[in-house]
Design a protein around this ligand. Structure first.
Ligand code: GLY
Length: 320
């Protein structure tokens, strides 16, 4: 790496919620997250752009059936899967996304296409029309365990407010929140953020997720953030945009995260966020018990899976 090049940074998440109780579940999540970090960081280290890295990371996470995005998405109250995703290019401060799209492998792919369109956020009917226009093949993202989860909930009259964050037998009935997200800083110093979700699970038809809003996914030249947790909580905090704007206005990323998460906690919100600033700081925060995140700081891969329950945030500051 030459002297004027920036050390790329990467952080990804697979949701937030209660602790993973089984060792098997923990090992599965860790392996999935670390594999994605490794692959995406390779792209960044070969001068890939932050935007390409974020799209690639979201696609790899959408492929993982354990996470609630793409394959493995949760079912809504009517037993259908509707997914949402957003992409934000920090350098151009450009946001694009899809809301409640069906029968597609990679919702983030549509958000990527819309980066170049005049109409940058499409919902259900229009988003599905665009899939046909782009000849994107039909794909059923349903996995058996999510169907089982839904059937169990139906038998219990849908008394739970949210489906499981990760699709694992032992985790059915755990209060968890799923989403996937990626934030990257490339070697030109550009930042991008992407988020993709199957939603809360068991929600009313037409419910809109935070993941395809600036509240849940935001970036500019100074920082990028992807959120996870209960969408309504994230929207009411306007969390992603708030953290980024605090950094833009001069706060350090750690301070911006700490203040925003503390405010969320004081209002009993259930959420988490990952972030990177232009100075290379990587940061994560949560009000829920755990945030399932992993990062590459240019030297090593780390994760937050066993991260202390009581802490509000953690960070990795740049070493160069
Ligand atoms: N954060 C994902 C959702 O609530 O839809």
């Amino acid at each position: 790496m030459s002297a004027n090049q920036i050390q790329p940074k990467l952080i990804i998440h697979g949701g937030a919620g209660g602790h993973i109780r089984s060792e098997k579940g923990e090992a599965t999540v860790r392996k999935a997250l670390h594999t994605v970090v490794e692959e995406v960081y390779e792209l960044l280290s070969f001068r890939g752009s932050a935007l390409d890295a974020v799209v690639m990371g979201c696609q790899l996470l959408e492929n993982q059936p354990i996470f609630n995005a793409g394959t493995g998405s949760v079912l809504q109250s009517d037993g259908q899967i509707r997914m949402s995703a957003a992409l934000m290019d920090g350098a151009r401060q450009r946001f694009s996304g899809v809301i409640n799209v069906s029968r597609i492998r990679h919702p983030i792919e549509v958000a990527k296409f819309l980066q170049g369109d005049d109409d940058r956020v499409l919902s259900d009917y229009g988003a599905n029309e665009l899939l046909r226009e782009l000849n994107i093949p039909m794909y059923d993202p349903l996995v058996e365990i999510r169907l089982k989860e839904w059937i169990q909930e139906r038998d219990e009259n849908f008394d739970k407010s949210m489906a499981g964050v990760v699709a694992e037998e032992a985790l059915i009935h755990e209060p968890r929140k799923g989403t996937i997200g990626v934030v990257a800083l490339d070697n030109k110093g550009k930042i991008a953020a992407g988020t993709s979700t199957g939603g809360k699970g068991l929600e009313r038809i037409g419910r809109v997720s935070d993941s395809a809003m600036p509240a849940g996914n935001y970036a500019d030249a100074s920082a990028g953030v992807s959120c996870t947790g209960i969408g309504e909580d994230i929207m009411e905090e306007c969390l992603a945009a708030k953290i980024v704007i605090r950094v833009t206005d001069g706060m350090s990323l750690q301070d911006a995260m700490e203040k925003s998460i503390a405010e969320s906690r004081s209002r009993n919100r259930d959420l988490g966020a990952i972030a990177i600033a232009a100075d290379g700081t990587i940061c994560w925060g949560k009000t829920s018990e755990v945030i399932l995140a992993a990062y590459h700081d240019g030297q090593e891969i780390g994760d937050t899976i066993n991260w202390n329950n009581s802490e509000l945030l953690g960070s990795k500051t740049p070493f160069n």
